[in-house]
Design a binder for this molecule. Structure first.
Ligand SMILES: [Zn+2]
Length: 120
């Protein structure tokens, strides 16, 4: 991978990280909306399930944030784009589709096949 590709991925990952961090802030302020504004129990229930949903989203987001930070660390270490399983280069096309990936398509496919075989 050349310097230009590295810069491209650094920018994509940094922008995505900022987006997620900004969004996480918004979610927090939404969640602190006082319940007293919802006297109807039905409204309250939908507020509660909405909050569960948001927590689920936030959980997924925080995991993605972690993955993006790890990808940025790999850029700093010059190990970005190298498959952590076989050590081969991950294709640029695959990285563009999923910049946080740590495995080449062969290893990923093999791993998924094994997981499926285990019934996971
Ligand atoms: Zn691999």
């Amino acid at each position: 991978m050349n310097e230009k590709d590295i810069e491209y991925f650094r920018e994509v990952l940094t922008n995505h990280l900022e987006e997620l961090l900004n969004h996480a802030d918004n979610t927090v302020s939404d969640m602190t909306a006082p319940k007293e504004n919802l006297p109807d129990p039905t409204d309250r229930a939908s507020f509660e399930s909405g909050r569960d949903f948001m927590l689920l989203i936030r959980d997924r987001e925080s995991r993605l944030i972690k993955k993006i930070k790890m990808a940025l660390d790999r850029i700093e270490d010059n190990t970005f784009g190298v498959c952590e399983t076989c050590g081969e280069d991950i294709s640029i096309a695959r990285l563009k589709a999923r910049p946080v990936t740590t495995q080449c398509i062969d290893c990923k496919t093999r791993e998924e096949a094994i997981e499926r075989a285990r019934g996971l």
